[in-house]
Ligand binder design. Structure first.
Ligand SMILES: *[C@@H]1O[C@H](CO)[C@@H](O)[C@H](O)[C@H]1NC(C)=O
Ligand SMILES: *[C@@H]1O[C@H](CO)[C@@H](O)[C@H](O)[C@H]1NC(C)=O
Length: 328
């Protein structure tokens, strides 16, 4: 049941310290608005317990919305989350804007924003610098996500800037309920592990389709682009090895990279090849030379148009098609 209530949480420009999860469940019309005040999760205590393996349970998110609708979060600084920072799960109509999310680069699992089994989510005009993925769109983990079957859909991410030793813009790796219709654009990444990362695994099942990432600038990246089916671990050993994800329709276009160590890789699954992968107008410059080493591919099909360095033959064989036009 959803309460037909409207709540307004006003974060003034002071610092608020939390040691546990700020959880809001089953609400409608939530405004979480600040004057650029700070919510500090004091995560170091948790990170240390996790590092010493003395934690018998998972760490809390800094702020989590569950089964809620019509949410706006704006003008708040989130820092030092014990785990993920902002986690809308089973939510719809969510706007997150003008937020700043900070955690040290070596802090474990401090993802910025993870829309999870949620629809119509807009993340915009924000700065995120953390120890894990800046934004990662998810929808449940292996057999549990498959059983619940609740996709993430209609996710817009725009004008986001940040740094991370892991991924800049990510989909996955927990995508068992399916992820579709994602648009990420005008993204600036500095000092990043993998700039654009679509990740899933055997046992996840679900689908990833109609994902577009465009207008990305990245500087100093370990890998420019990675789309792979062997990423992330399993919650337990009960996952079904025949539950293969279906990946179809990923467009990456208008990307400029400088000091990119490796262009990256696009690696489908042998029994579930990734289809409709389209790269267009991409220029990834290397650290030493004018171009970064070419993309490696396996078990994928799609097309490439004006990509530097020129990508693998699996994509470049259909170069004549020009701009990306995918069908789902
Ligand atoms: C909060 O920060 C935004 C930019 O991030 C700025 O435009 C706005 O003026 C700030 N508001 C206050 C009340 O300081
Ligand atoms: C693909 O996703 C975009 C949002 O990024 C949406 O506007 C479009 O309608 C979707 N296409 C299909 C065929 O669902």
């Amino acid at each position: 049941m959803t309460f037909g209530l409207m709540i307004l949480i006003w974060i003034s420009n002071a610092i608020f310290r939390f040691l546990s999860d700020f959880l809001i469940s089953k609400f409608e019309k939530i405004s979480f608005i600040g004057e650029n005040g700070t919510i500090d999760g004091q995560g170091a205590i948790w990170w240390n317990m996790w590092r010493q393996r003395t934690l018998p349970f998972t760490r809390p998110n800094l702020i989590e919305f569950m089964n809620s609708r019509s949410i706006i979060i704006s003008n708040v600084i989130f820092q030092n989350s014990p785990f993920w920072n902002i986690h809308p799960v089973y939510c719809s109509n969510v706007v997150i804007r003008y937020v700043t999310i900070l955690a040290p680069a070596d802090s474990p699992n401090t993802d910025g924003i993870d829309p999870d089994s949620s629809s119509n989510v807009c993340i915009e005009d924000s700065y995120i610098s953390t120890g894990d993925d800046l934004v990662a769109v998810k929808s449940g983990w292996d057999e549990y996500g498959i059983a619940y079957g609740h996709p993430s859909s209609g996710i817009t991410i725009r004008r986001v800037t940040g740094s991370s030793p892991f991924s800049g813009i990510a989909v996955g790796s927990e995508t068992s309920g399916g992820v579709e219709n994602v648009l990420a654009e005008h993204i600036n990444l500095y000092n990043v592990g993998v700039g654009i990362h679509v990740k899933t695994n055997i046992g996840r099942g679900g689908f990833i389709r109609n994902i577009t990432v465009s207008d990305v600038y990245m500087e100093n990246a370990r890998k420019g682009i990675k789309i792979a089916g062997d990423v992330g671990d399993h919650p337990d050993d009960k996952f079904n090895p025949n539950a293969l994800p279906v990946v179809n329709g990923i467009t990456i276009k208008d990307v400029w990279g400088t000091k990119v160590q490796q262009s990256g890789l696009i690696q489908g699954l042998k029994n579930s090849p990734f289809t409709g992968i389209c790269l267009s107008n991409i220029n990834l410059q290397g650290v030493a030379g004018p171009t970064s080493p070419p993309l490696k591919c396996s078990d994928v099909s799609g097309s490439a148009y004006q990509v530097k360095p020129w990508p693998c033959s699996e994509l470049s064989s259909s170069q004549q098609t020009g701009a990306c036009s995918n069908h789902f």
